[in-house]
Write a protein that binds this ligand. Sequence first.
Ligand code: UD1
Length: 376
Amino acid sequence: MFPKILCVVGARPNFMKIAPIMAALRQPSVPLAARLVHTGQHYDVAMNQQFFQQLGIPTPDVDLEVGSASHAVQTAEIMKRFEPVVDAEQPAAVLVVGDVNSTIACALVAAKKGIRVIHVEAGLRSYDRTMPEEINRVLTDQISDLLFITERAALAHLTREGIESARVHFVGNVMIDTLRASLPRATPPAQTLATVPHAAEFLNESCGYGVLTLHRPSNVDDPVALAGLLTALSELSTEVPLVFPVHPRTRGMIEKAGLSALLDSPRCCCLPPLGYLEMLGLMQRARLVLTDSGGIQEETTALGVPCLTLRENTERPITVTEGTNTVVGIDPERILAAAREVLTGGGKAGRIPECWDGHAAERITAVLVNELGSAG
Ligand code: UD1
């Protein structure tokens, strides 16, 4: 019997990371048994099922079906439901990706049972402890046995936190594996926007269109910050039409704060959350992307599309130093000035960071075969 690895996914940004890892681990030549556990943190079709279909992720072997709750309840519920799975499966290791609540919850269960924890996308730091993801990152790295990093700066962060470099492996970016493999299947924007009034006009405008995403609690849970952002973005939409796939958290907050009127313009096209291939196609052809997502900062760098990050910091500095990303914060004047600079030809061209080459999952698999090969 091959050593067993329980691979964990929970929320939308995990899906594009786990897809190439499962594919690589399940190659017939790989002497490891990979099982997939879904915590159910994200559960609806728009946030969940369509990603499994589009990315060819295998059906989870186990679904914990936790759903939405406060951070404490959600994290605790995942731990309670994951523990019996670990007891039954007796894996050699538990592999977690990214920085969501499912990541820390499952890592903690495994670490307390003396089971090796593998963290993919380790060592990223915003140094902003008000972000729930930053807490999840720091704590998961502390209890991980094997840490896979996407950019070299992560090693310095981990070393400063006392993690031995022998446990850290620079392998590149699994999310970019998925992006490269999926590009030929990206959905053309005209198809994604086929039913949107006026979309045909703005797809033909010489200035192009922008893509907007917002979901960080710091931006959308505070009605004052959210109103400021939406006011600036609605003004920007008079200069470049914006396509805005709205995260469920954000939609709820916009309605609750009575801000829907700010988006009521044919040049600000609000959509439900999109599938991966639809989002990829839209971003690929966009003039600029405005976002507070972590993953989109990396995807735009890989696509060579200018990105303005609507946060005060980033845990992904390579997207700024080498890629197309500019961190602009949430001050409306700064956002408008930075967007106008891009629209007048000032956007960063960037270059592709080292090892963002579509082969990160293969490198991870090679290390895991080496490290776990004789266990089990
Ligand atoms: C989570 C992650 C965040 C990631 C984001 C991507 C944590 C701490 N945060 O934040 O890092 O960038 O996912 O989306 O893990 N909802 C639905 N359908 C779903 C899931 C959620 O409608 O399938 C709604 C619920 O109303 C829920 C809200 O979205 O309360 C927020 O979901 P939650 O998983 O708590 O956090 P996200 O903000 O999505």
